[in-house]
Ligand binder design. Sequence first.
Ligand code: G3H
Ligand code: 13P
Ligand code: ZN
Length: 326
Amino acid sequence: MALVNTKKMFEMAAKNGYAIGAFNVNNMEIVQGITEACQEVNAPVILQVSKGARAYANHTYLVKLVEAAVQECPNIPIALHLDHGPDFETCKACIDGGFTSVMIDGSHLPFEENIALTKKVVEYAHAHGVTVEGELGTLAGIEDEVVVEAGHESYTRPEEVIEFVQRTGVDSLAIAIGTSHGAYKFTPEQCTVNEDGILVPPPLRFDILEAVAEKLGDFPIVLHGSSSVPQDYVKMINENGGKMPNAIGVPESQLRKAAELSVCKINIDSDLRLAMTGTIRKFYNDNPSKFDPREYLKPARANIKELVKHKLINVLGCAGKADECM
Ligand code: G3H
Ligand code: 13P
Ligand code: ZN
């Protein structure tokens, strides 16, 4: 089937208590690893492209790679989404250039300005059959060039969500409930130590998620910054010349719970980067004389595929759901 927008996926995810995985793509191996996993377990998927990805790989290359995946995986619905669209012009370029969904990220703007910008994007997008994600509240971490220091993030205010959704006409809403971007989501000081000596991050603010859901009913909610930072890959990186002390993510059990509630889209990028980097670092160390990129990109792609399969089955709950989302 052709690329789809996110309407049907979100409708089914909200109705049946699962979330769609939204994975960032920057090159062919990442696109292949993700979509081969989705095809194998029959899962719908959102492939998302950031401003940084467009700058790195070029808009046309990314669209063509995703179109190739659509052709190779004819039995699953695939949406192509702009992640953290910074302005109207970027959203318009993506809508005109083959994307089926865009995010306009006005979360750093005052409320009225966020509404005005988001509404402008929605009007253009909807006229072209493209769905739109807006955001209220700010996450800590780095999104493209926007750096929000820990402690300067702000949770979404449930009392604002109805007005935002109604006045903008968005199709989904990203909220801030304690997730953050990147591989360093929590400091060790913010964590508690469990009986096995493992650092346990503070729980997400499910009270805010529930308050938002009470206001919006089945309306699709999005979680950014939802990598769990698998410690096996952090260890692999650190044992093979890397230096990533105290990389800590959101526990998968928390994400599973969010997916069963009103969260319909969960964004995962850093975990795939860790899998790729760890695999390649280990390959270099184990095989110092090899220099053919295919030899290290092949296991990196395979590990991305395995990780995505795990997320689809055990975290998002969307394995086997492709047919109902068509
Ligand atoms: O939230 C941002 C995504 O992880 C994309 O990251 O801006 O480095 O492409 P990027
Ligand atoms: P992570 O950095 O937790 O993977 O979040 C990715 C994201 O939110 C992309 O928009
Ligand atoms: Zn994000």
